[in-house]
Each structure stands twice: as C-alpha cells, then as structure tokens.
Write a protein that binds this ligand. Structure first.
Ligand SMILES: Nc1ncnc2c1ncn2[C@@H]1O[C@H](COP(=O)(O)OP(=O)(O)OP(=O)(O)O)[C@@H](O)[C@H]1O
Ligand SMILES: [Mg+2]
Length: 226
C-alpha cells in the first residue's frame, strides 16, 4: 500500500521567535507502523500537535488523509468523569457512541467502566486514552509518549493491542517514544528528530544497527537486554 495517510514536507513551526521544527519531512503510508524518536525538547509533540491541527505550520506542508486520532502526551483524562464517559468523548462527532467495541478490544477496561478516570492507575489511564482515540475508528493513530511512566508489563500489553489493531484493522500508527528500543521493535520504519531537525530515518532494522542511534538511544555497549 503506497497511499500516504500522513505527509509532512519541509515543515517549520515556531513559537514566537523560537524555532521548534525546522524543515521537517515525514511520511506514513496506510497500514504502516512508524516510530518517531528523539530526546526531550526535540519537537516531537510540536509535530504531533501540528498534525492534529492544534498548532499551525509557520512554513511547509502537512497533509493528513483519512480519520486521524491522537492520544496526547499526558493522557489528558477528564478525571471526574467515568471511564465510559471519557470513552464517549472520543466519539463526540459520531452518531455511534457505543463503547462495547472498545471493551471487547481493551478487555481490562470493561470492569472499570463506571470508575472515575482520575482514580485509575497510570497504565489504566493510558488504556482509557487509547480507547477514547479508537472510538472515532481512526485510519491513523498518533500516540505521544505511550510508555512514559508505565511498568514494562503494562507497556507490553499496550504494544500487543497496537500490533493487533494494525494487523487486523490496517490502522496506521505513528508512535512517539522516548523508549527507542520499544519503538524500533514495534515499528517497521522510524525517524529520529533532534533539536527540531530530522537527523535520520530508515527501516527499524537499519536504525537499530546504526552506531549513532545505538550510542544515543539504545544504551550503547551498556545494553542489558531489558
Ligand atoms: N507552547 C510553547 N511555547 C513556547 N515554546 C514551546 C511551547 N511548547 C514547546 N515549546 C518548545 O519547543 C521545543 C519542542 O518542544 P516539544 O514539546 O515539541 O518537544 P518534545 O520532543 O515533545 O519533548 P518531550 O520529549 O519532552 O515531550 C522545546 O524547546 C520546547 O521548550
Ligand atoms: Mg513531547
């Protein structure tokens, strides 16, 4: 499949005088899983927020084809609302607001449907944020910092869900991750963003064997397999 669901070309985004993205190019094709890695402050969330229309490009082109859903950094639950109500908010534009499909996919959420979202654990909240995004039946899903603050087992569970949604429904995924190892395992291609510039891109296998990527993101020789 060569249809692009995300096409970013020569994108520049400024906050006032500060340049957050400087001539960035990135593409995601239908059904692809693509990772975006990079250190704190690189501009990852700026790129994602521009894709979802929260920020405007200063220059360059951003094209999204098909329904896009965005799991924002920090999950952004409505803490006083129930899990079920948080999920429904993900479908505010749709006639069908049934949450049954989400509980079938993310079965750990089913017993929590009446719980207040703000009282859930971090992993459970990330599951709600994912479920809320899935309510719009997206063709492309962007997840900003999926694993942040979550235990390895919880992260593995989320990764399994993403793989299944990608394989079974052909949903494209753009995964923003500080955990480069996870990102390169889960995705077939990846981009590396540093200080607002795209410094590398390629297949996950190529990047995982690039000395610069290994040194900066995979713990270099100190690799311990965790
Ligand atoms: N609203 C804002 N106003 C001014 N500067 C901002 C704003 N949001 C982000 N920045 C700056 O833009 C740069 C990119 O920030 P961004 O949040 O996109 O990085 P990031 O790669 O997502 O980082 P992190 O990994 O910490 O989430 C940083 O230097 C940041 O300080
Ligand atoms: Mg960010």
């Amino acid at each position: 499949m060569n249809v692009q669901v995300i096409d970013v070309a020569d994108l520049t985004v400024r906050y006032g005088a500060a340049v957050a993205l400087d001539g960035v190019t990135l593409a995601v094709r239908a059904g692809e899983m693509v990772a975006l890695i990079g250190p704190n402050g690189a501009g990852k969330s700026t790129l994602v927020n521009t894709l979802s229309g929260i920020l405007r490009p200063t220059a360059g082109r951003v094209t999204v084809t098909g329904r896009l859903a965005h799991v924002p950094e920090g999950r952004q639950m409505f803490g006083t609302l129930s899990v079920d109500d948080n999920l429904r908010l993900g479908a505010w534009r749709r006639r069908d607001r049934s949450t049954a499909r989400i509980y079938a996919i993310l079965s750990d959420l089913a017993p929590l449907r009446k719980h207040r979202a703000g009282l859930l654990s971090g992993g459970q909240q990330q599951m709600v944020a994912l479920g809320r995004a899935l309510m719009s039946r997206p063709q492309v899903l962007i997840i900003d910092e999926m694993s942040l603050g979550l235990a390895p087992l919880v992260v593995a569970g989320l990764a399994t869900h993403l793989r299944a949604l990608n394989a079974e429904e052909g949903m494209a995924v753009l995964l923003i991750e500080q955990n480069a190892r996870l990102a390169l395992e889960l995705c077939t291609r990846a981009y590396v963003l540093e200080a607002g510039r795209m410094v590398a891109h390629g297949s996950a296998a190529e990047l995982a064997s690039s000395p610069a990527v290994v040194a900066a993101y995979l713990g270099g020789a100190a690799e311990d397999g965790t």
